[in-house]
Structure formats: C-alpha cells, structure tokens
Design a protein around this ligand. Structure first.
Ligand code: ATP
Length: 369
C-alpha cells in the first residue's frame, strides 16, 4: 500500500480565500487517518488536493516518496468514495462495480474475479444482480465502497461517506468500515465533521479549524490531553465544561475562582500554574461532564473542589443521567449515576475531580495544565 507526506500544503482559491494553511502531516502505510473539524474548516479541500481534484497552491504532496503535485488524478492510484455515491441506476450492482474496470479495458475474467472478491468482502454477493433502487441505503453505500475496492488502489479517500445514512445505519457502517480497513490493509484518509465517527474509526485524528491543523493525535490523547481550548470543546459529547477562572495564591494554596466558587489545586498542578506565571491572571478552566461527581464518598474526600449546582434540566439516558446547570454565564453538564435523586430546581453538591481538570491560557487558548 502507501505512505503519504504532506509538506506545508496551502490552498488559496482563485477568489483569494485561503482554505488550507501550511498543512503538514506524515501518514504511514496502512494508517487510518481522520480529518475532522467544523463545516468549512478545509477538510474536503485537503482531501481533494490529495486526490488531484484541486491544485495545490504551495507545498508538496508525496505518495511513497514520489512528488505528486503535478500528477494527473487517474495516475495517483487513489480511489475516492464521496457522500453522494451516485450509482448508475440502470446498471446492476455487478455492473456498477465493474464499470471502472471495463473502461480501463481490464480482461473480463479479471473483472469477474475482482468484483466477486469485493462483493465477498462487503457481503454483497447475494445482491450482485439487483439494481440500486432495490437496495437499502447501507447496501448502496457498500456498492460505492465496492467500486473503490475493485480498483485495488494504494490509498482510499473517503469524504463523509456515511452522512446520507440514518443514525442506526451509520453505526453499522462504522463497524463495517473498521473491519474493511483491517481486511484490506489499506491506507485510508477519511473526512468527517462527526466527532463520534472520528473517535471510533481513526487510529490518528487530525483536528482542523479555519484551514489550520489544531492537533494530530490518537483518539484517546485528543480526549484526555487536548492541546487547546478548541480541541477540548470539539472532541467529546456532551462537550467539556469551560469557564473563565481567576488564579490566586492564598497561604500555600493556589486557587481557582469562578462563578462564586473557589477551589484549591493539588500540589503538582498548583506548582505548575504558579511556575508558569499565572498567579493573578484569568485562565480558562475545563472539566468533562464525567469528572463532576455527586457520590457521597467522592464529596467527602474532595472538600477543596465542591460546587453548588442548581439543576436546570435533567436528562435520563438509561445507563446515565445528564444534569444541566449554569455556572455564571457558562452552561455546565454533569454525567452522573441514574440513582441520583436530583431534579430541576434542586441545588446539589458536585465535586470536581481535580486530577482531571484542564487549564487553558485565556489569550492563546493553548493548554497550560
Ligand atoms: P464541510 O464539512 O462543510 O464539507 P470542509 O471542512 O470540507 O466543510 P471545504 O469544503 O474544504 O470545507 O471548504 C473550506 C473553505 O473553502 C470553505 O470556507 C469554503 O467556503 C471555501 N471554498 C471551497 N471551495 C471554494 C472555491 N471554489 N472558491 C472559494 N472558496 C471555496
């Protein structure tokens, strides 16, 4: 298969708009890399530059060490699966999958072998004689994948391939695509704006915003160690609670004050924040909903981190409950056990797990703790 190297890639559209800015990334052979970010952040543009469907304004793209900037799309040995996987309605599944190979004058028995092999991998063998209108959405999407697989390309590019499917089917197809990656042993670059898709599929995730790469990391590290406030807020649902807090020193304690609450930091974090010169400054405090606790034992062992929360909304999701409340102007969420008796209007005590807090610089928004 293939490795890719993107060096200082920039895209400036003819109207002067810079959609991708200085994008750098090394992709190893057989990696499953996800580009994720809000609408308009430049994910598709980057993918299209890799495919050769869009010119690279500056920078270099290498595939297996060969410079690709000026290589025609058809000669890049890449297959692309789009969200609008237009199948030919008058053709059977077999012919839809065979079409590209026929155009390339692949021998008939070779085509037959490749189509049956792809159909077996995608569990489409029993559907080869059907026309697209007699298929479900998920089956159609698998045919679109099949068209890419039969070409046996070095690299698969997928641009939101599941966005036209309903939630249940998307979940199923996510598992299918993971299995497919293992079976094909292929390099895959996959674009999505859905962070759940990104977290569950990718071995490495590239988070983008406004054409700029924010962080490249494993799903776990993005969740546990977001490098800036944007990534902290984008990865995770419900999203991380974020609020401005003032740092102070009181005796030997370093404290954070926000929304009428003052919490004292554990020694290691206190030293780090003081050492970095943040005493007297305003920072952004982040805490994930699952790191706010209402259990008696946790509250008893965490007297330095308790806040009072007046519950606005209570949401039962079966195995867990989300409690929504406000701290000053910030919307907060706590994920607690369904045994909670807290209901809207109640004021409950919640303790922050101080080992799990995040602190970001207010101006640069980069992580401090
Ligand atoms: P989405 O998730 O909505 O598909 P995206 O992250 O894939 O978004 P792109 O399609 O790469 O975003 O677009 C990036 C930015 O470039 C957007 O602001 C878009 O409006 C702009 N853009 C795209 N194509 C052109 C073009 N031909 N000329 C000028 N600007 C463009």
């Amino acid at each position: 298969m293939a490795s890719l190297s993107l060096k200082n890639i920039t895209k400036k559209y003819p109207n002067g708009f810079e959609a991708v800015k200085d994008f750098n990334l090394e992709i190893a052979d057989r990696e499953f890399v996800i580009f994720v970010g809000p609408s308009g952040c430049g994910k598709s543009t980057t993918l299209r530059m890799i495919a050769g469907l869009e010119d690279i304004s500056s920078g270099e793209l290498y595939i297996d060490g060969k410079l690709m900037n000026d290589v025609e799309p058809k000669d890049r040995d890449i297959a692309m699966v789009f969200q609008n996987y237009a199948l030919y309605p008058h053709m059977t599944v077999y012919d839809n999958m065979a079409f590209g190979l026929k155009l390339r004058k692949t021998p008939k028995d070779e085509i037959d072998k490749l189509v049956h092999e792809a159909a077996r991998i995608l569990d489409l063998e029993h559907l080869l004689d059907r026309k697209p209108k007699a298929l479900s959405g998920g089956q159609r999407q698998r045919v679109a994948m099949g068209r890419a697989i039969v070409r046996n390309p070095k690299v698969f590019l997928m641009d939101e391939p599941l966005s036209n499917l309903d939630a249940k089917l998307r979940g199923q197809m996510r598992i299918e695509i993971s299995k497919l990656h293992q079976r094909l042993q292929a390099t895959i670059i996959y674009v999505t704006h859905d962070q759940t898709e990104a977290m569950t599929l990718g071995t490495r995730i590239v988070v983008m915003k406004d054409g700029v790469v924010q962080q490249v990391d494993s799903p776990q590290n993005l969740y546990d160690k977001p490098g800036n406030k944007f990534v902290a807020g984008f990865i995770g649902a419900p999203q991380m609670n974020l609020i401005e807090a003032t740092v102070a020193k009181s005796g030997s304690d370093v404290t954070l004050t926000f929304g009428g609450h003052t919490i004292a930091l554990p020694e290691g974090k206190a030293k780090k924040l003081e050492g970095a010169g943040y005493i007297g400054k305003t920072v952004v405090l982040g805490i994930r909903p699952e790191d706010l606790h209402d259990e008696e034992a946790f509250l008893a062992s965490s007297p330095n981190s308790i806040i009072d929360a007046t519950i606005r909304v209570y949401e039962l999701l079966g195995a867990e409950v989300y409690l929504y409340f406000d701290v000053d102007d910030a919307n907060f969420t706590a994920r607690v056990n369904p045994r909670t008796t807290a209901r809207p209007g109640d004021t409950v005590k919640l303790a922050l797990d101080l080992t799990k807090i995040h602190v970001f610089d207010k101006d640069t928004e980069l992580v401090v703790l």
